[in-house]
Design a protein around this ligand. Structure first.
Ligand code: ZN
Length: 57
């Protein structure tokens, strides 16, 4: 079961999304993309929020 994340849940104007086989790989991609939104590091709070928005693909 793959994991998917759509950035639009956090930034409604952003159409970026990613799908990976594991949450770990997906978090890496999200961390990279988050830099575009000024999040140089994923804080524990942000990570919590992101993880709550990760869906099974
Ligand atoms: Zn985005």
């Amino acid at each position: 079961m793959a994991k998917t994340f759509s950035c639009s849940h956090v930034h409604s104007e952003c159409s970026w999304s990613a799908t990976e086989n594991t949450e770990t790989d997906l978090m890496k991609k999200i961390a990279e993309h988050a830099k575009l939104h000024g999040h140089d590091t994923i804080t524990p709070d942000l990570e919590k929020k992101i993880k709550s928005l990760i869906k099974e693909a």
